[in-house]
Design a binder for this molecule. Structure first.
Ligand code: FES
Length: 96
């Protein structure tokens, strides 16, 4: 079935591109832009994106690599976001 009419990309092309990218780099984050690039094509109108993404989501090899999972949980353990404590004038006078 044709997914992108502008670039003539079928659901088979998308699955093949995702499988190829996963085989080439097991830790790659696969995005629609990378799929277009792999197929040597460019999106034009963008109206196919919902169906394009839905087709990608049904690929078995699309999952986020295990090494990149849980990064958000690691950041939650941080004490602060890196800003200085009491960076506002009103907070400086309250801490002194
Ligand atoms: S239908 Fe895919 S870019 Fe237009």
């Amino acid at each position: 079935m044709i997914i992108c009419h502008c670039s003539q990309i079928s659901d088979h092309d998308i699955r093949a591109a995702v499988d190829w990218m996963r085989a080439a780099d097991p830790e790659a984050i696969i995005t629609p832009g990378k799929v277009y690039h792999t197929l040597g094509k460019r999106p034009d109108c963008g109206s196919c994106m919902p169906l394009f993404l839905d087709t990608m989501r049904h690929c078995d090899n699309l999952a986020v690599p295990p090494i990149l999972r849980g990064l958000r949980a690691t950041r939650k353990g941080a004490i602060h976001e890196g800003r200085r404590q009491g960076h506002r004038v009103s907070q400086r006078s309250a801490t002194v």
